[in-house]
Design a protein around this ligand. Structure first.
Ligand code: UGA
Length: 434
């Protein structure tokens, strides 16, 4: 099928590449001319494992194209996906101005006699589909024929390509049989279970799913506190409760809290949506509260050992909000670096992929940047692990001990094995484990 994707961010670009990979003809539209030029030249603006290959292969096969023109995209496509950002506003509610603008742009180029399915792929509050349809109808002069469908995306950064190619489920929310049938056809090659719902339910599924996952994380972080107070081990507790199929072990990893461009924003949005609808979701406020205080508790442990942070040389491994991505948006690691800097510590950071973006967006002003984990740790009085990159588990502990000034490790992601690290002569502190 001929597909148009408006917005070439994480979701738009990876979706476009995966749709092309299964044989669809895809045109990606982005209003950033520089980005479009880069993509045409084969340069991928984000780090996502497997994406570069996918893009090159499908551009070469002429199934994947890039343009700045919404008209070109909409004109030549059966289905138009909206995948533009839906950033948070200061009060937590969602800024839908990009969605509204794109709806108007689509409306301006929809021609009579051309049926189009317009798909909301961005994460949006429930009832946005209705608003998109109203907007397109209001601004279109020629009575164009179209239907709006909600098709939320569940990919995780860092494993976006496999998540998209082999999804657990595909959610299609639509009130028109014709539109839903076209969507089912698009997804046929993925051979995944498809759940068809009304538009509002599909939109709600996305916010409810992300909020539930965040709730799992805050739950285990709260349990980790009880483990610390009682001498239990949160990893063992997570294994024990997670092996109950009804609970599941995933997303029960205790740490310094969730971050990234999705969870903090989506939980705040779901709280705002529920309040708007007159049914405040107060449980989620507690989820947020626990998440924020995880970092503060971790800092207290560092202060407890180092006493004064001012002028202390501290190495931080990790800047990305999680491993296998260069994304540093709303990263707890970055917040931690800034907390340390604010208290006067001398911070040296190392991240395998995230440093460039952290510097580009000026997020770690005052920190020194190292090229290897050992370089960062050289002369340090404490080492903090803030992102669980696999690379950190391969660092030779003997070497690490030699280069550090004092042997303190604070593992905010429970990445290392406490026994191994202590046997190598370190004083080791992690989350929910003694
Ligand atoms: C999340 C969801 O997992 C995706 O399903 C969803 O499509 C996406 O948001 C989105 O809304 O677009 P993502 O933000 O890429 O994906 O990252 P996750 O793997 O979910 O991790 C989010 C945060 O939770 C990270 O900071 C991670 O370190 C933290 N986390 C995750 C924990 O602290 N503990 C865990 O057990 C799992």
């Amino acid at each position: 099928m001929k597909l148009c994707i408006i917005g070439s961010g994480y979701v738009g670009l990876v979706s476009g590449a995966c749709f092309a990979e299964v044989g669809h003809n895809v045109i990606c539209v982005d209003n950033n001319a520089k980005k479009v030029e880069q993509l045409r030249a084969g340069k991928v603006p984000i780090y996502e494992p497997g994406l570069e290959d996918l893009l090159h292969r499908n551009v070469a096969a002429k199934r994947l194209h890039f343009t700045t023109s919404t008209e070109e995209g909409v004109d030549g496509s059966d289905v138009v996906f909206i995948a533009v950002p839906t950033p948070p506003q200061p009060d937590g509610s969602v800024d839908l101005s990009y969605i509204e603008k794109v709806a108007r742009e689509i409306s301006a180029v929809l021609k009579p006699g051309q049926y189009r399915v317009i798909v909301d792929k961005s994460t949006v509050p429930v009832k946005t589909g209705e608003k998109v349809a109203d907007t397109i109808r209001r601004y279109n002069k020629g009575g164009a024929e179209f239907d709006v469908v909600s098709n939320p995306e569940f990919l995780r950064e860092g494993c976006a390509v496999p998540d998209l190619m082999k999804p657990d489920r595909i959610v299609i929310g639509g009130n028109s049989e014709r539109a839903v049938a076209m969507m089912q056809k698009i997804y046929e090659p993925f051979m995944a279970p498809v759940l068809v719902t009304d538009i509002n339910s599909a939109e709600l599924i996305k916010h409810a799913a992300n909020s539930f996952l965040a709730l799992k994380i805050s739950y285990i972080n709260a349990v980790a506190r009880i483990c610390e107070a009682s001498g239990a081990d949160v990893e063992k507790v997570a294994d024990g409760i997670g092996s109950d199929k009804r609970i599941g072990r995933n997303f029960l990893n205790a740490g310094i809290g969730y971050g990234g461009s999705c969870f903090p924003k989506d939980i705040a949005a779901f709280i705002a949506i529920s309040e708007d609808l007159g049914v405040p979701f107060t449980l989620l406020k507690e989820v947020e509260k626990i998440n924020h205080s995880q970092r503060e508790r971790f800092l207290s442990k560092i202060r407890e050992s180092l006493w004064v942070l001012k002028d202390k040389k501290i190495a931080v491994w990790g800047l990305a909000f999680k491993p296998d991505t260069d994304d540093v948006r709303c990263s707890v690691a970055i917040d931690l670096v800034n907390d340390l800097l604010k208290e006067g510590a001398e911070v040296t950071v190392y991240d395998p992929k995230g440093t460039e973006k952290a510097l580009e967006f000026d997020l770690i002003k005052g920190a020194k940047v190292a090229k290897t984990p050992l370089e960062a740790a050289s002369g340090a009085e404490a080492l903090i692990i803030a992102t669980e990159w696999k690379e950190f588990t391969t660092v030779d502990l003997g070497e690490l001990k030699k280069v550090m000034h004092t042997s303190l490790i604070f593992d905010g992601r429970n990445l290392l094995n406490p026994d191994t690290v202590r046997a190598a002569g370190f004083q080791y502190t992690s989350i929910g484990r003694s």
